[in-house]
Design a protein around this ligand. Structure first.
Ligand SMILES: Nc1nc2c(ncn2[C@@H]2O[C@H](COP(=O)(O)OP(=O)(O)OP(=O)(O)O)[C@@H](O)[C@H]2O)c(=O)[nH]1
Ligand SMILES: [Mg+2]
Length: 220
């Protein structure tokens, strides 16, 4: 049961196929709620909601411990190997309206840190997000760079990675006011690492004055 003093954050996973959206959702929840595996076709075909248990040790309010609850909506990718753009948009809008009635705090745009981001791919993805979230999409979007382990194997640390990243990535990061995090979904995350990542996300939410974004309703 959620206690009234608990704080719940609503996060929406978005991104291209096989970038690690479902794996990132699992990492953040500390669970295996979402189906995630390597595949020559898109794995996730409909939205599903994952909920964390009450997480302590992250937030204090007026000197008192407040439990954090994380709700994550995993989504089919765009582009998708078998769904059209309209089908993905309708499915995401339907699920957000159903699961996040009070709106979402952040959309997590998942990119692979170990692959170049090409301008056309980026334009297609950001246009999709803009159409979905509306004109304030940049305020509510955080870039999540997965496959940090592979980038590290190739000799890039989180800092040096940005020196070598393409101008497309750099301008995307700058347009979302440098809201980004690195994730290695390959290893099982320890409690302290997850707490650090959740604190960063809470910081982005705080900078947005805890605003929640409501998506425009569509057919359904
Ligand atoms: N090495 C490494 N592999 C990862 C990482 N994140 C995801 N993967 C792998 O990438 C593959 C795809 O992961 P998914 O979580 O299914 O990706 P997705 O974006 O949800 O894919 P679709 O649902 O098909 O669009 C899986 O084999 C994951 O184990 C990461 O940070 N490092
Ligand atoms: Mg998936």
């Amino acid at each position: 049961m959620a206690e009234t003093s608990d704080m719940t954050i609503n996060l929406l996973m978005l991104g291209r196929t096989q970038t690690g959206k479902s794996a990132a959702g699992n990492t953040l929840l500390g669970s295996y709620d979402f189906k995630s595996h390597l595949s020559p076709s898109s794995v996730t075909t409909c939205c599903s909601l994952g909920r964390s248990s009450r997480i302590l040790g992250i937030i204090r309010r007026n000197g008192c411990e407040v439990a954090l609850r994380v709700q994550i909506l995993d989504t089919p990718s765009y582009p998708h190997s078998s769904l059209s753009k309209e089908q993905v948009q309708d499915e995401v809008r339907r699920a957000v309206a159903q699961q996040f009635r009070e709106g979402l705090h952040l959309a997590l745009l998942v990119l692979r840190a170990d692959l170049p981001l090409c301008p056309d791919d980026n334009d297609q993805t950001t246009q999709f997000i803009q159409e979905l979230l509306g004109p304030t999409w940049k305020d509510f979007t955080v870039v999540v760079l997965t496959h940090g382990d592979k980038a590290e194997e190739a000799g890039f640390s989180d800092d040096t990675y940005l020196h070598s990243a393409s101008s497309t990535v750099l301008s995307l990061l700058s347009s979302v006011q440098l809201k980004y995090i690195f994730l290695d979904n390959q290893k099982s995350i320890i409690k302290e690492e997850r707490a650090t990542i959740l604190r960063k996300l809470l910081d982005f939410i705080r900078k947005n004055d805890y605003q929640r974004l409501l998506l425009k309703h569509t057919k359904g």
